[in-house]
Structure formats: structure tokens, C-alpha cells
Design a protein around this ligand. Structure first.
Ligand code: ZN
Length: 491
């Protein structure tokens, strides 16, 4: 390896280590830290962020990037991908003046506090000026990076490199057109009862079952942990990957599918190439690809009949009274109940993406200014009625339900839908390679699928961006058809 390349990796691997340290401090804040630590922790995290920002924007790194880019033809595919990722991060960090970075952080921190209070009191007017300010600063950041280009595309690049609004738009249109008749058809059938899931399920026993499912999926507890937090999440890479969940004693699916979801994310992090995870392109491909892993395990496996053929008897051993007389068919129907609702995070597989279609349309219009902030509540309610046939009675159940915009995460919502679509497309490809997949899952064997995903999706990390990785693995660019086929077959 040339001296320049060695210096490049020394520089970027230290950046990766700083990022890991930030993650551990974040995890500690959410899971362990006493409330009194909040102020100190904010300072510690700010210190790490400052050092990381200095290192990412440093003239030393700029010179290394320039030098190595001149000698691109001598470099391996992995080194080129590492260069590409570092170039993107460096350019974005250099283009946004530090004053604007600080202002963005300040405005978002303030907005999150006000959002929380506004949601609690169902008081949109209180949040409106803060959302206005977040959008304004977000536009400034995006123009600093992208100049005259499409601002939404610039923001999207942070979460889903290579994806554009022009590519998203037809996916959302096609999805809406396919989902609405499907929803009507499903609703016309008798909706399944889910009372069986709402009986008291003691937390310790839920946790015992959750741990056994995670272990069967291949989650490595020697290199991972399962803890509790208010909002479930996954953090870490390599030999230290942690997931959290929350238990709801009178609603089994909350922790169960929440955990399978996070364990799906965790398998991705544990499945990255151990030789490469400190390198710029050694991490996950994109948020959409990450979400495909969690949704594939949560829905396509976790809510499937073959999965419960094996596992319902085990669940019944833990909860004999709660599941007394509940057949496999009744249980599978209960966990797949479809019902249009107002809250995205509680939505079923059929309606979930319609919640995202609405958010995508709202945020693109808010960003361009076509939708004034003051008109958001009405536009939201109208959109819900048109897409899902339900209308929120207040803004708490409407446009105040998600934290994303308050936190400055604009152009983030589409990654959820991209994940759902990709999960279905990956499952079709996996079935071709593993024709006996259902029989294996029915026998409790989840490792063939896990190894397939590791080989095709986890190991490559970010060597290829999603628009290249997806056809490479599935033989076709991302499309809506596999997801609609999957739902059509299931319902
Ligand atoms: Zn997720």
C-alpha cells in the first residue's frame, strides 16, 4: 500500500472510532445514564463531534483525497469506494459554514423540546414557528451543499446516497395506485380479531421468548446485548452490537415484533466484513437497505405462518393460559390484522406505506414552500382521509405524531418505504436461491436465510451504493411489484 493510502486509512479509521465512541455514549444516555448526567453528556458528545468535524474538514484529508483521486487507476475497488465515501462526507462538511452547523443544531434542539410540549397539549400553533425555522435552516444547509440543485435530493443523499426525487416519485405513485384497491379488498373481508394479543403477558416471560428468537435468528450475544429503552434502537458494529426493546404487558406484538425488527438491524451490523468495518465504505449501504433487513425479519419472516408453525408451541409453553385454545390460524391472523389507523408506528403492512406517501408529499411541499406551515394540519387531515379513509380528530394524532421534522430529519421518511419494497424484492431473490426456504423456516431453521443475507447484503457494506447493489443482488432495479405481489399473496 502506498504511503498516501496508509495515511488516508489512518485518518479515516480514527474518524470511524470517534463515531463508535459517540454511539456508545448515546446508548448509555438512552439505557443507563442517570437524569443528572444529561448536561455533562451533552458536553462530551459535543466535544467528540467537534474533533470529528475538524478531522473530516482538515486540509490534510483534503490533500490526501486530491492526491489519491489522481491515482485512481492504481486503486482497488474497495479503496475507490472508501475514497468516494470520504469525498462525499468531506465536501458536505466543508461546504456548510460552522456557524450554520451550530445554528442548525440549536434550532433543532429547541424545536424538539417545543414539539414534545406541543404534541402533549395538542397545540400546533406552538410548534409552527419552530417548524418554520427548522425548514428555513434546512434549506440554507441544503443550498450550501447543493447550490442550485434540487434541495430535497441534497437532503436525501445523507440517508440514501444515489437516490433522487425523480426516482422516488414514480415509486410512490405506483405504490399508492396498487395499495388502495388492495386495502379495500382486505377490509371487505372480515377483519381478524386480535383480542388474544391483548391479554396480560408478563414481561420476564416476554423477554425470555424474545431472547430465544433473537438467538435463533443468529444474533450473537457474545458480541451483543439486549436492553430496555423508551424507544427501541440498534447501535454498534463488529464485536459490540446492542439492541433495545420495550415491553408492554397487555400487548404482545409491541415487544415481540419490535425486537425481531431491531435484531434484523443487528444481524446487518454483526454481518459486516470484520476486516472492513472501520473503513469509510465498510459500514451499511444506506438507511433504506438497513430498513429492508429489519422489515424482512419482522414482517416477511416474523409474521409468517411457517415461522409460527415452529414457534407457537414454544410460546404456548410460556403462556399456556393466555394462548389456551388459540389455533395457529387464529394466531397468524391476529398478528396480521389490517386496519387503517391514524398512527404510523402502529400501522400494519398494507397501510404503513400510505402513511409514508403522505409524509413524503407533505415534506416536499413544505421544503419548496408550496405548502405553508400554517396549512399543514389541514393538508395532513385531508391527505389521511384520501389515502386511508380516516381523519385525525386532533393534531396529536395528525401532523404532530412524529419527531423527525422537529429533529431536522427531512427526507428521511422515504427510507422506511424503500426498506419495505427492498425486503420483498430480496425475499423473491432468496426464494430462488433457497427453494426450500419455507420448509426450513417451518422447521425452525433461520440460518440459511441469514447466511444468504449476510453474503449478498451485509458483507458488501457500502462497496456499491443501493442503486447498484440492488440489481446486483436481485437482478433488477428497485421496484414496487415484488412488494405488491407479496401483499397480494398474503392477504
Ligand atoms: Zn428500523
Amino acid at each position: 500500500m502506498s504511503e498516501q493510502l496508509e495515511q488516508f486509512y489512518e485518518h479515516t479509521r480514527l474518524l470511524a472510532d470517534l463515531g463508535r465512541a459517540q454511539e456508545v455514549l448515546d446508548w448509555d444516555r438512552e439505557v443507563m445514564m442517570p437524569a443528572g448526567g444529561a448536561q455533562q453528556r451533552a458536553l462530551e458528545l459535543a466535544a467528540l463531534a467537534t474533533v470529528a468535524h475538524e478531522r473530516l474538514t482538515s486540509p490534510t484529508l483534503a490533500a490526501l483525497l486530491d492526491g489519491l483521486e489522481q491515482r485512481a487507476e492504481e486503486l482497488s475497488a474497495a479503496a475507490l469506494a472508501d475514497l468516494r465515501e470520504t469525498r462525499r462526507g468531506h465536501d458536505r462538511a466543508v461546504k456548510v459554514p460552522s456557524k450554520l452547523v451550530a445554528e442548525h443544531a440549536r434550532v433543532c434542539a429547541l424545536a424538539q423540546g417545543q414539539w414534545q410540549a406541543a404534541r402533549q397539549d395538542d397545540d400546533f400553533a406552538r410548534f409552527a414557528p419552530h417548524l418554520e425555522r427548522v425548514l428555513e435552516v434546512t434549506r440554507q444547509v441544503a443550498s450550501a451543499i447543493g447550490g442550485d440543485g434540487d434541495l430535497y435530493d441534497v437532503l436525501l443523499e445523507d440517508h440514501e446516497p444515489g437516490m433522487t426525487r425523480a426516482a422516488l416519485e414514480p415509486l410512490f405513485d405506483e405504490l399508492e395506485a396498487g395499495l388502495r384497491p388492495l386495502l379495500e379488498r382486505v377490509l371487505a373481508a372480515d377483519p381478524a380479531a386480535d383480542a388474544v394479543l391483548r391479554r396480560p403477558y408478563p414481561e420476564e416471560l416476554q423477554e425470555q421468548f424474545a431472547r430465544s428468537v433473537a438467538a435463533d435468528m443468529g444474533f450473537d450475544f457474545a458480541g451483543g446485548r439486549l436492553d430496555r429503552s423508551a424507544h427501541p434502537f440498534t447501535m454498534g458494529t463488529g464485536g459490540d452490537v446492542r439492541i433495545t426493546t420495550r415491553y408492554q404487558e397487555d400487548f404482545l406484538p409491541s415487544s415481540l415484533f419490535g425486537l425481531i425488527h431491531e435484531a434484523g438491524h443487528a444481524l446487518y451490523q454483526q454481518g459486516l466484513d470484520p476486516e472492513r468495518f472501520r473503513d469509510p465504505a465498510g459500514g451499511y449501504c444506506s438507511l433504506g437497505v438497513h430498513e429492508s433487513q429489519s422489515r424482512l425479519w419482522e414482517n416477511m419472516i416474523g409474521r409468517s405462518r411457517p415461522f409460527w408453525t415452529h414457534r407457537l408451541p414454544r410460546l404456548r409453553e410460556l403462556f399456556p393460559d393466555q394462548l389456551d385454545g388459540v389455533t395457529l390460524d387464529a394466531f397468524v391472523a391476529a398478528i396480521n390484522r389490517v386496519e387503517p389507523s391514524l398512527i404510523r408506528v402502529e400501522a400494519d403492512e398494507v397501510t404503513y406505506n400510505l402513511h409514508i406517501v403522505l409524509r413524503y408529499r407533505m415534506e416536499t411541499a413544505l421544503l419548496t414552500g408550496d405548502l405553508p406551515v400554517a396549512e399543514l394540519p389541514g393538508a395532513w387531515a385531508d391527505g389521511m382521509e384520501r389515502l386511508l379513509g380516516v381523519r385525525p380528530a386532533n393534531d396529536r394524532e395528525g401532523c404532530l405524531q412524529d419527531i423527525h421534522w422537529a429533529a431536522g430529519a427531512v427526507a428521511y421518511f422515504p427510507t422506511y418505504t424503500l426498506g419495505n419494497l427492498l425486503a420483498a424484492q430480496l425475499m423473491e431473490a432468496a426464494r430462488e436461491d433457497l427453494p426450500d426456504l419455507d420448509a426450513r423456516v417451518e422447521a425452525g431453521e433461520l440460518q440459511p436465510l441469514r447466511r444468504w443475507l449476510q453474503d449478498k447484503v451485509h458483507r458488501p457494506g457500502r462497496l456499491m451504493l443501493a442503486p447498484e447493489l440492488i440489481p446486483h443482488v436481485t437482478g433488477a432495479p428497485l421496484s414496487v411489484a415484488p412488494f405488491l405481489r407479496y401483499l397480494d399473496h398474503k392477504f
